[in-house]
Design a binder for this molecule. Structure first.
Ligand code: PLP
Length: 282
């Protein structure tokens, strides 16, 4: 299932061609995107997603169509989506730098996609992850901003390759590590740990994406009296924690059952509490 809208809010045939072959998004992955979860017509964390889209555009030195056009396109998709059939939708907001040697006008669209059975299975059953070296140190973002760490660019080929590597090793998911051996993030997720009544995640200054789902979880957790900490931690912390989760818009909060073939602590009641905290936002 796909519903596609252009930035002027017009729903178009998702099977019809939309981009020119000389669009820089096609030629070089030169563009940015967001994926927003929409449940029964209600987008989750739309403000933080649009803030992050604007931040990615700034890091890319790219013109971004105005916020109202993204909201208009998103609403057009939401209005056209078959909610009775598919109560959840992944809404992609995509913007490229536009035509090669053109006038710099960006190209963009909003597209709704259904949330697949595999994602729902992982949410229900949890996931096994492998740690994979991401090949950079936690201070690289500061030293080399042109590498665009922490921008959500369309260049996700490496992230997808890492997921194929996980599959080849018999796992579901990946946790990237820095050259110092600290935990970074998943290819499409933030990593969250519980230590007692404290939740931890990795700082965006280490080059990871600032997760809107992790942000929503921490907001609810703080309101419920949990402590939260944004800090670098070694891979060994995954084995010492009371629980480990991958957080992202589409997967929501998915517990990790094993890391590199070794079981990590899974506490059903704690998992329910953490998922409940996140869901209490909506
Ligand atoms: N980190 C990366 C690299 C991602 O691609 C994503 C989402 O796709 C996340 C973290 C989690 O972000 P969010 O919770 O905003 O979906």
């Amino acid at each position: 299932m796909r519903v596609l809208a252009t930035l002027d809010g017009i729903v178009v045939d998702p099977r019809a061609p939309l981009f020119r072959a000389d669009d820089l998004g096609v030629l070089r992955g030169d563009g940015i995107f967001e994926t927003v979860l929409v449940v029964q017509r209600q987008p989750r964390e739309m403000g933080p997603h649009l803030d992050r889209l604007e931040r990615s555009a700034r890091l890319m030195q790219m013109t971004l169509p105005e916020r109202a056009s993204w909201e208009r396109a998103a609403q057009a998709v939401i209005d056209a989506w078959p909610w009775d059939e598919h109560p959840e939708m992944g809404l992609k907001l995509v913007c490229t730098r536009g035509i090669d040697e053109g006038d710099g006008t960006p190209s963009g669209f909003a597209m709704g996609q259904e949330v697949g059975p595999e994602t729902r299975r992982k949410r229900a059953e949890g996931v096994e992850v492998v740690t994979l070296d991401r090949g950079y140190s936690t201070d690289l973002m500061e030293r080399a901003p042109w590498l665009l760490l922490s921008a959500k660019t369309l260049s996700y080929a490496v992230n997808m390759a890492a997921l194929r590597e996980a599959e080849a090793r018999g796992a579901d998911e990946v946790v990237f590590t820095s050259t110092e051996g600290t935990v970074l993030e998943g290819p499409t997720s933030s990593v969250v740990l519980a230590e007692g009544r404290k939740l931890l995640t990795t700082p965006p200054a280490s080059g990871v994406l600032r997760g809107t789902t992790q942000g929503a979880l921490f907001r609810a957790a703080e309101a419920a009296g949990w402590q939260t900490e944004v800090v670098n931690f070694p891979t060994s912390a995954l084995f010492e924690a009371d629980g480990v989760w991958l957080a992202s818009s589409i997967r929501r909060i998915t517990r990790v059952r094993a890391v590199d073939g070794t079981a990590v602590k899974v506490d059903g009641a704690l998992d329910e509490e953490i998922v409940g905290l996140y869901e209490s936002n909506y």
